[in-house]
Design a protein around this ligand. Structure first.
Ligand code: NDP
Length: 390
């Protein structure tokens, strides 16, 4: 019997790599593709749906439904659109689901995937940051296996084969340092969108690339690690490792460190989640240690990159601080992309919103439900939109 799969965010960077792996591993002969989703890239969504003979293609953009219907005319593939359609599509039972929508827009479908999928491959880290307790409780209730797709957390998951959670001394998350690793604050203040998007090692979507330049991506990953591996803030360390060869490490209580290494290619982590628990060959480069010859490490500079300090503050506040942090960060990112605020303003905006809402956030929990999470997300986003640089 073919394995049933769905990909939410199939037209994005993670989604395209997932489709690539499915096609290389037999495509529609091996996989019974139930759902593919995108937003604005209708042409690609239709092409993917036809290539993989998907049952349903969903665009998040209701205004583009007619274009999707037209692109799929005569194929028998069902076209739907909008937020409710996305959520309904996530209720379709599958053996394996990829959550790769960008931002907190991915939260509602991810919760449904956690209820209805056998394995949830989670790239949408924002879901865990905003509502980690709710996602974990939902998986525990439904029996869904949660596999992290973020390369760092996939590395930690693999390093856990060498020990138990209770014996972890530290989780060491590696960070490339992004394009501004060696820039001064003055240079960063004038950074353009193009410069912020030019990641030195990874080929990713626009938003995560800019989040890597501010290190907000690493901040989200610190919160994600706390949620996934049940470790406290002081057990999570970030180390700058410009080569992106070591994807992360666990130090156990006996001070033995287990690192996972691979070439920087997301098909490694996606393929791990797709084939788990088996490990067939993947289309990624083998490491040649003689050529690499050197691995560098440095402590991150939290003056130039305050995002990491803010992540620790989120864990200190607890409750829904992650949802506030993420929404403020998404609003800051929107404003930087539209050239409304500067690069360094983003962290100031996030800190102001987080401190304004910290009491309220600390009093609530995502276990109260999606509506509670989305209400504070909305409030933080609106505050972020109104924030003015000093
Ligand atoms: P992209 O921006 O490349 O793709 C995002 C996907 O989400 C696209 O399919 C896009 O559709 C869709 N989308 C955009 N807005 C909405 C919306 N409002 N509602 C529903 N769907 C929407 O992102 P990435 O692939 O880079 O990242 C996806 C997730 O994976 C993020 O959470 C990111 O943090 C995480 N991640 C990404 C990594 C990477 O290497 N790229 C590495 C680790 C984690 P369309 O393109 O058709 O408009």
């Amino acid at each position: 019997m073919r394995r049933t799969v769905s990909i939410f965010g199939s037209t994005g960077s993670i989604g395209r790599n997932t489709v690539d792996l499915l096609l290389r591993q037999g495509g529609a002969d091996v996989y019974d593709v139930k759902v593919l989703t995108g937003a604005r890239n209708i042409k690609l969504l239709a092409e993917q749906a036809i290539l993989l003979d998907a049952e349903i293609a969903v665009t998040a953009a209701s205004s583009l439904l007619d274009a999707l219907v037209k692109a799929l005319d005569g194929t028998g593939i069902i076209a739907t659109a909008g937020g409710d359609a996305l959520r309904d599509a996530a209720k379709i039972k599958v053996d394996w689901a990829m959550s790769a929508i960008v931002g907190s827009a991915g939260l509602a479908p991810t919760i449904e995937m956690a209820k209805h999928a056998g394995i949830l491959a989670l790239a949408n880290k924002e879901s865990l940051v905003c509502a980690g307790e709710l996602i974990k409780a939902t998986c525990a209730k439904s029996g869904c296996t949660l596999l992290p797709v973020d390369s760092e957390h996939c590395a930690i998951y693999q390093a856990l084969a060498g020990g138990e959670n209770r014996d972890i001394s530290r989780i060491i998350l590696t960070a490339s340092g992004g394009p501004f690793r060696n820039w001064t604050s003055d240079q960063m203040a004038d950074a353009t969108l193009e410069q912020a998007m030019a990641h030195p090692n990874w080929d990713m979507g626009q938003r995560i690339s800019i989040d890597s330049a501010t290190m907000f991506n690493k901040a989200l990953e610190v919160i994600e690690a706390h949620q996934l591996f049940d470790v406290s803030a002081d057990q999570i360390e970030v180390i700058v490792h410009p080569q992106s060869i070591i994807h992360s490490m666990i130090e156990y209580n006996d001070y033995s460190v287990i690192a996972q290494m691979a070439a920087p290619d997301m098909r490694g982590a996606i393929g791990f989640a797709l084939n788990w628990p088996e490990r067939p060959p993947l289309p990624v480069k083998q490491l040649d240690f003689a050529t690499i010859s050197q691995l560098d490490f440095a402590t991150p500079d939290e003056t130039r990159f305050p995002a990491l300090r803010l992540a620790r503050r989120v864990l200190e506040i607890g409750g829904l601080a992650g949802a506030v942090f993420n929404a403020a960060k998404e609003s800051a990112l929107d404003r930087f992309i539209s050239a409304d605020i500067g690069f360094l303003d983003m962290a100031q905006l996030v800190e102001t919103v987080l401190e304004s809402l910290h009491v309220k956030a600390g009093r609530s929990s995502s276990l109260e439900g999606l509506e509670t999470v989305m209400a504070i997300d909305k409030e933080a986003r609106e505050m972020g939109q109104q924030w003015m640089p000093e």
